[in-house]
Write a protein that binds this ligand. Structure first.
Ligand code: CTP
Length: 402
């Protein structure tokens, strides 16, 4: 077994839910990979699994009470919070998610969470209706804002007989997601990346065009992160005001058709293709050769025709097809639309991007994405685009040709 979590100190919080019976297996899986695991049980969790079981599998004393003088003397709650490199709460009940979202510190687990600066994740586990409930959804959204990773939930048949989303992910899936958070960027030496970035510009006449608000920052950040990890990077960029990152070969284009031509030429010599550009979906059917003059009419009709889908064309290559990663910029039904795009465009991975607000996405310094691939999903919380790019490149390097 590869020691992917060697010497990582993981604090596992277990809250009350039937899925708690899987927590002993989760502890074993984490330990197999080299992690040192300590467990905190909530009061409700003890109805489902005993401290003794968890002490036996973790090899460490199990904590459950904030007011236990003996436990506090051994390793106090602040010490425990500082000890952790990572806090995973699995299963995370609707109740514990609500308490965490509101910053409560009314038991040992929530107190440790508040007192820790470590990265954290929750693995929701509850009845599908409780999961769908607007209050739970709002609490999960709050946790995402507070930089929690949300692992799952999975969907399917539930212990109560219902069917739907709300099942805790399996211990092996939770372990894999934890490994991903700690995974060092695989050396990308020798790998060739092609990345598209920025908007395209579709001419109307010699002085006017149709375009969008894409700044190109995310694509440029990805190019920089890939180069830093050792890759050879070609960046095909629409018109943006950004300096070329050191070591990156930049090809400048204006229109979607130019971007397609450059992308196909580069893609066949690439191992990974990332379509980060905000390609204009339509272009003007006939570009006027001279500047259009204002007529007497109050209306002007432009006929638009559909642009080629660049990333779908790359993903459709039958020979020398690179591992193809897309973005989905959405303002609603973000995950559903992204999953559809993953399938329709035959991508290997897609980064779902909520561009409804101004805090993240288009033209801002920060971004957050939900990454979806055929075997799983991972939420990367709001953070500077550069940092997010490094995590995305690490994730791509893990899934590339696996
Ligand atoms: N894309 C592309 N060529 C296009 C349109 C989009 O390569 N003509 C790529 C983008 O770079 C991105 C992905 O497809 O990786 C999804 O882009 P998005 O704008 O979210 O979706 P569209 O396919 O344009 O669909 P819609 O505008 O209807 O949401």
């Amino acid at each position: 077994m590869q020691q992917t979590l060697a010497s990582k100190r993981i604090l596992l919080g277990i809250s009350g839910g039937i899925a708690a019976y899987k927590s002993a297996d989760l502890v074993r899986r984490l330990k197999e990979r080299g992690a040192d695991v300590r467990v905190i049980l909530t009061d409700a969790a003890q109805q489902f699994i005993t401290p003794l079981t968890l002490q036996a599998v973790s090899g460490n004393p199990v904590s459950h009470s904030l007011l236990d003088p003996a436990a506090e003397a051994a390793m106090g709650h602040i010490e425990l919070a500082k000890w952790a490199d990572f806090i995973l709460i699995a299963p995370a009940s609707a109740d514990v998610i609500a308490r965490l979202a509101h910053g409560l510190a009314n038991d040992l687990l929530t107190t440790c969470v508040l007192a820790s600066a470590a990265p954290m994740a929750v693995a929701p586990a509850m009845n599908q209706q409780m999961y769908k409930n607007i209050a739970t959804q709002k609490n999960i959204a709050t946790l995402k804002e507070h930089n929690f990773h949300i692992f799952g939930p999975g969907s399917g048949a539930q212990a109560c007989g219902d069917v739907g989303a709300g099942r805790m992910l399996e211990p092996l899936e939770l372990t894999a997601l934890t490994e991903q958070l700690f995974a060092p960027v695989k050396k990308l030496q020798g790998l060739r990346f092609t990345i598209t970035a920025g908007p395209t510009r579709e001419a109307i006449d010699p002085v006017r065009y149709i375009s969008n608000h894409s700044s190109g920052k995310m694509g440029f950040a990805l190019a920089e992160a890939a180069v830093k990890a050792g890759a050879q990077v070609t960046l095909i960029s629409g018109p943006v005001q950004l300096a070329t990152p050191a070591g990156v070969a930049r090809i400048e284009v204006l229109s979607a058709e130019q971007m397609l031509e450059a992308a196909l030429a580069a893609a066949v010599n690439s191992d990974v293709f990332i379509g980060c550009a905000a390609v204009a979906d339509y272009r003007v059917a006939e570009i006027a050769t001279d500047k259009l003059k204002k007529g007497n009419d109050n209306e002007l009709q432009l006929k638009l025709i559909k642009n080629p889908d660049i990333i779908a064309s790359v993903a459709a290559l039958t020979q020398q097809r690179p591992f193809t990663v897309g973005f989905a910029a959405e303002t609603r039904n973000v995950l559903d639309y992204a999953r559809q795009k993953l399938l329709n465009k035959r991508l290997d991975m897609i980064c779902a991007n909520d561009v409804s607000g101004s805090q993240i996405g288009f033209n801002s310094e920060q971004n957050a994405v939900s990454v979806i691939w055929r075997g799983g999903e991972l939420d990367l919380p709001v953070q500077p685009k550069q940092q997010l790019a490094e995590q995305l490149i690490a994730l791509i390097s893990q899934h590339y040709k696996t």
